[in-house]
Ligand binder design. Structure first.
Ligand code: NAD
Ligand code: UDX
Length: 481
């Protein structure tokens, strides 16, 4: 029977965009996205969606109230659905066994228990969340053990991990490189896979839909993120070598990436990767390997995280060292707070690491980001992980809505996110308003460094030694023609 009603549990960065695109491409399917958070659902039903994602507003506007619904009535949505996506968060555990590494599956388990309690007909249950290998087995056990008194209710569990990246989610969903569906090798399992294939086939060629066994699908998601992150850690490790030798990491990345076996993507050296997925999923992989008694494999992947920590610390240390080894009471501007451009998400953002280091050293921070909510920045920087003196932090940061105000009177600008708008600012004007010597630390390698030097800035970046400004440039004066 073709799928007519879909319920998605979890209206977050994955559930919202994914189901909006499914609704857009499958007008005959009713898609209901549910969440425990009333506030989140209210935002999905308002003009200001809870997440910023280019193109998302348009899709939601076209489908909402037609075949796309956002609701907190989880029970009704589960009961009516033929297929249920579990798209809840799977953060790293912060306590108990596996603290700091294992994935916390309490939300997945909570979703499975709700399905078991409410379902009165058979369902296909799809793991959309990123989970450890064999999580489908736990979901299946919970569902079966809690429906023994409903003999007519059967479940098929599929793994269908999501590969979208934030900031490009709509495009990634509309033109996915591949969709991965894992399921049981039984007749019922294959039938369930086929039903989900038919949903995606409405807009993706069949050859892009890959079917595997459940465990391969679950592991492939962790593997893909580990591979992607390892490329960033690899190029970041080489950025340190470049700074020490005079090589330029962008030139190295280009030369390496032109080898068709390597390819050019994900070789952008940076202040380190952030986001809710890479670190969490690699830590999870490391934990799984340790549990499987594969310590060498665990150590191998742990190194990707360690290198990322090193890169963030190295960059923050460079800022302090360049500012005469003291930033106490100096005003420093962070441009960008999101973990990457085109999103308002700050989870694991390297900007938090940079801000914490500078605050610990007594700096006064001015922060500007085009999309991150001010309250989010404040929450991140007063979080117990960052400080045990939140009131002091509040006194040390000013959050701005205008980049020119944010840079006025500061000693240094630190680029933490690669927002396009940062490239086109009037840096002459910014320079005039800053303390001298005026520094730019380009943690994303996006600015025109030669031009900045010409204006008078002292510029530092990742993976490249920049020659100091010409001596005839006097601080505070205009460049001589
Ligand atoms: P999120 O935190 O943005 O959203 C999860 C939502 O689930 C929250 O709104 C939460 O309130 C809700 N929730 C939790 N338990 C619930 C329950 N029992 N019933 C109803 N709602 C419940 O998380 P996200 O970024 O969308 O990630 C979801 C999953 O997708 C994670 O496993 C993540 O690893 C994976 N993933 C994320 C991305 C990404 O770019 N963010 C990409 C691929 C995969
Ligand atoms: C990632 C995966 O790309 C996606 O497939 C998965 O579904 C979720 O996790 P996301 O974290 O949203 O997506 O963004 P991504 O584009 O992968 O960037 C992650 C981090 O790496 C960002 O902080 C980004 O700035 C950084 N990055 C990315 C680099 O530092 N250099 C690069 O070359 C690419």
């Amino acid at each position: 029977m073709p799928i007519k009603k879909i319920c998605c549990i979890g209206a977050g960065y994955v559930g919202g965009p994914t189901c909006s695109v499914i609704a857009l491409k499958c007008p005959d399917i009713t898609v209901t996205v549910v969440d425990l958070s009333q506030q989140r659902i209210d935002q999905w039903n308002s003009d200001k969606l809870p997440i910023y994602e280019p193109g998302l507003d348009d899709v939601v506007r076209q489908c909402r109230g037609v075949n796309l619904f956002f609701s907190t009535d989880i029970n009704t949505a589960i009961r009516e659905a033929d297929l249920i996506f579990i798209s809840v968060n799977t953060p790293t555990k912060t306590f108990g066994n596996g603290k700091g590494r294992a994935a916390d599956l309490k939300y997945v388990e909570g979703a499975a228990r709700m399905i078991a309690e409410v379902a009165d007909s058979s369902k296909i249950v799809v793991e959309k969340s990123t989970v450890p290998v064999r999580a489908a087995e736990s979901i299946s056990n919970i569902l079966t053990a809690n429906t023994f008194n409903k003999p007519n209710v059967k479940f098929q569990i599929l793994s269908n991990p999501e590969f979208l990246a934030e900031g490009t989610a709509i495009n990634d969903l509309l033109f996915a490189d591949r969709v991965l569906i894992g399921g049981e090798d039984s007749e019922e399992g294959q039938a369930a896979i086929e039903e989900l294939c038919q949903v995606y086939e409405r807009w993706l060629p069949r050859k892009n839909i890959l079917t595997t066994n459940t465990w391969s699908s679950e592991l492939s998601k962790l593997a893909a993120n580990a591979f992607l992150a390892s490329r960033i850690s690899s190029i970041n490790s080489l950025s340190a070598v470049c700074e020490a030798t005079g090589a330029d990491v962008s030139e190295v990345a280009r030369a390496v990436g032109l080898d068709s076996r390597i390819g050019p993507k994900f070789l952008q050296a940076s202040i380190g990767f952030g986001g809710s997925c890479f670190q969490k999923d690699i830590l999870n992989l490391v934990y799984i390997c340790e549990g499987l008694n594969l310590p060498e494999v665990a150590t191998y992947w742990q190194q990707v995280i360690d290198m990322n920590e090193y890169q963030k610390s190295r960059f923050s240390a460079k800022v302090i060292e360049s500012l005469f080894n003291t930033v106490t009471d100096k005003r420093i501007t962070l441009l960008g707070f999101a973990f990457k451009k085109d999103t308002g998400d700050t989870r694991e953002s390297p900007a938090i690491h940079v801000a914490k280091t500078l605050l610990d050293e007594g700096a006064q921070l001015s922060i500007y980001d085009p999309k991150v909510e001010h309250s989010q920045i404040l929450d991140d920087l007063t979080h117990p992980y960052v400080t045990d003196e939140p009131e002091q932090v509040k006194k040390s940061i000013t959050i701005h809505s205008d980049p020119y105000e944010a840079t006025a009177g500061t000693h240094a600008i630190v680029i933490c996110t690669e927002w396009d708008e940062f490239i086109s600012y009037d840096y002459e004007r910014i320079y005039e308003g800053m303390m001298k010597p005026a520094y730019v630390f380009d943690g994303r390698k996006i600015l025109d460094h030669k031009n900045l030097q010409k204006i008078g800035f002292i510029v530092q970046t990742i993976g490249k030694r920049l020659v100091r400004n010409s001596p005839n440039r006097v601080w505070g004066s205009k460049v001589q023609a």
